[in-house]
Structure formats: C-alpha cells, structure tokens
Design a protein around this ligand. Structure first.
Ligand code: NAI
Length: 343
C-alpha cells in the first residue's frame, strides 16, 4: 500500500521509519500540507496520512476520491479539520483517539507553572547574567481554584495533576461523568469562580469561541487561561483585548485559531503578518508554544503504531475500530456501524 504523508517533519519520518522497513507499507513524505492546491500530489496513492492543520474540506475530499484515494489516516485525535460528513460514502477516515493524554496534560501543567512562576522571564534573565528578581513575583497554586473545561482523557489527567498541587478543581463537561468524583458546575459558574481555566474539550460547532468577549466579562480579574485543545475555542481578538484591559492575568496557548498558516514553520527573519498572534507574543504574560503539547517520544511512537494498525485493520477486515463515521450520531463510539462496515 502506498500513502502520501503530508506535513511531514523529521520526527514523523523517524517514528514511521520502522513500519516502512517492514516493507508492508510505503510512505511518500511531503513537507507541504494537504490543501486544495497540493491535493494533486495524492494521485496514485491508496491513502493520505494527515495531521491537525491539513485541509480536508469538501473540495479536497472530492479530488482525493477522483484520484482513487480510499483512506484518510489521521495521525492525531482531533478531527475538526476533516469534513467527516462529506467523507461518508467516499472515503474511510481513521484517527488515533489516544496516544498519550499525559503528553498534553503535562504540557498544560508545564505552561501553567512557567507562567505563574515567570520561568520564561527568569530563563532569559539568567542567560544574560541578570540575577534581579524584580517583576518575577508569582503566586502559589495551592488553594487556588482551577476550572477544567472537558473532562475526557486529557482533562482528567490534568485534574489529577492539579489535585497534586492542592488546588480546588471544578469542571464543566457537556456530558459529565457523575460517577467520577469530579465537582461539575455549569460553564458560567466555572468562568466566574476560577483563578485558572484550562480547555480540554473538542472544537465543535457549539464550542467555537466558547470563550469570547461576553464570557471574558464574567471572569475573575487576573485569571490565567490555558488552551492546549484547539485554538478556535477562544476568540483570540477578545483574549487579546482582555489581556490589554488587565482583566486576564496570563495566557498559555499551545493552539491558536489561525495557526494553520503559522505553526510548525520557521518564520524567524520574516515579518509576522498576523497582528493578533504578533501582539499576543509581545505580551510578557503570554506564553505561546506551537501545537507542541503532543510532542513526546511516547506519543510519537503510539501515533505511528496506531496509524499503521488502523490502515492494516481496515485493509484486512474491511472495518477499523478507529473509523470516524458521522452517521451513528456518536462519532466517538460507532461500534455497531463498524461491525457492519460503515459503507
Ligand atoms: P476526549 O474525547 O477524551 O475528551 C473530550 C471531553 O470533552 C469529553 O469528556 C467530552 O464529553 C467533552 N465535551 C464534548 N463536547 C463538549 C462541550 N460542548 N463542552 C464541554 N465539554 C465537551 O478527548 P481528549 O483526548 O481528552 O482530547 C481533548 C482535546 O485535546 C481534543 O479534542 C483535541 O482537540 C486536543 N488535543 C490537543 C493536542 C495538542 O497537541 N495540543 C493533542 C491531542 C489532543
């Protein structure tokens, strides 16, 4: 089988190399993202392997189908960049539902600690032999209230980490697990009571800009916002305004709503056209990482293994347990449809 592998980075090639060596699958690595302009590269391949910022909209899906591609192997958990509904009856879509929820939860915690203890500032100062402490005053996490939005695999690990710090955890989830011992509140209450808010829910129609100007008004002054989930959960312009108004105390962002043209690439030496991200990065109380939360050795190994297993499971059995099919209405769990083969 031949797969066109888009947005390929050196660490991807390394983690997938072992499967190529086994000779059962051939990957052609393309540095470019999959877009309407680059979809032609997928001619003659059985499938495409894509990541979070590849564009898999209706036009791309129709072209892939025309070129004889049958499978889209997502090497990530989130699938907001794929028009899953349009894929139905045309292309089979698989994802990697979990590869290391620890990697993302631990990155959220790393960002939080870095921000509240001003480690990013201290690191730069001591590199320059500046040992002044002025302006580096942080605050204790112990006793603070953290609001966790989305209590799935990643959210729960983040909750455990926060509990380890002696924080008071409240959470919001559209589908709360009442047996979990998590203290659920409604979203407004979470926004009003939290000293720190961390987002761990998927980007869907009803979560788009779930933190916007109106919600920011409700927040505690000085609140720390962490987003390691998907950029468009937060209205970035409203966030920037909230920081400028001194309402938001700090923001830790691993994702950004307009990240697809920026993240994963080296723009040092270029003029940044995106005014919002440029202004956010200029703030002393904003930390931006470039969709890096997943990037651990363990996660990369798991991503490669599950992606390849998905492809082989589908090829051998005609269905794949990690197939995304909108028809069941429960995209997360469509076992019945799978067993009967989705289409
Ligand atoms: P999960 O599926 O285990 O959990 C998601 C949770 O969100 C579930 O409990 C679900 O009930 C809840 N949810 C669904 N709709 C909601 C809504 N409208 N409001 C509030 N909660 C809602 O997913 P997991 O593995 O915990 O991942 C969470 C998100 O993290 C993913 O959707 C993905 O966008 C992001 N992610 C980011 C990565 C990064 O590198 N920055 C890597 C992997 C995932």
């Amino acid at each position: 089988m031949k797969f066109a592998f888009f947005d390929a980075k050196p660490y991807d090639r390394e983690s997938f190399a072992i499967y190529e060596e086994q000779g059962k699958i051939e990957f052609k690595f393309f540095e470019t993202k999959l877009t309407e302009d680059t979809v032609g590269l997928s001619k003659g391949f059985d499938g495409v392997c894509v990541f979070v910022n590849d564009v898999v909209n209706a036009n791309v899906i129709d072209k892939l189908r025309e070129y004889g591609v049958r499978m889209i192997a997502l090497r990530c958990a989130g699938y907001n960049n794929v028009d899953v509904r349009h894929c139905f009856g045309k292309l089979h879509v698989f994802r990697v539902p979990a590869y290391s929820p620890y990697s993302v939860a631990e990155h959220a915690a790393a960002l939080l600690l870095t921000s509240v203890r001003r480690i990013h500032k201290a690191y730069n100062r001591t590199k320059d032999y500046n040992f002044s402490l002025v302006g580096l005053t942080g605050f204790d996490l112990h006793g603070k209230t953290v609001g966790v939005v989305g209590t799935g695999k990643i959210g729960r690990i983040f909750i455990d980490i926060c509990r380890g710090f002696g924080m008071n955890v409240i959470a919001y989830d559209k589908f709360p697990d009442e047996t979990s011992g998590i203290n659920y509140v409604d979203l407004d209450e979470l926004y009003e009571k939290s000293d720190i808010i961390s987002f761990h829910c998927p980007l869907l129609e009803d979560t788009y800009h779930m933190l916007g100007a109106r919600e920011i008004e409700k927040l505690k002054k000085g609140v720390v916002i962490i987003n390691t989930s998907r950029g468009a959960l937060i209205d970035a312009q409203a966030l920037l305004d909230g920081i400028k108004a001194r309402k938001i105390g700090a923001a830790c962002l691993d994702v950004y709503e307009e990240e697809s043209d920026i993240f994963f690439e080296d723009f040092s030496g270029h003029i940044m056209d995106d005014e919002v991200i440029a202004r956010l990065i200029s703030m002393p109380n904003v930390i931006v990482t470039s969709h890096q939360a997943f990037l651990t050795k363990e996660a990369l190994e798991n991503i490669a293994r599950t992606t390849v297993e998905n492809i082989f499971e589908f090829s051998e059995k005609g269905f794949c347990q990690n197939e995304l099919c909108y028809r069941c209405g429960k995209i997360e769990d469509c076992k019945n449809q799978r067993a009967k083969k989705c289409f």
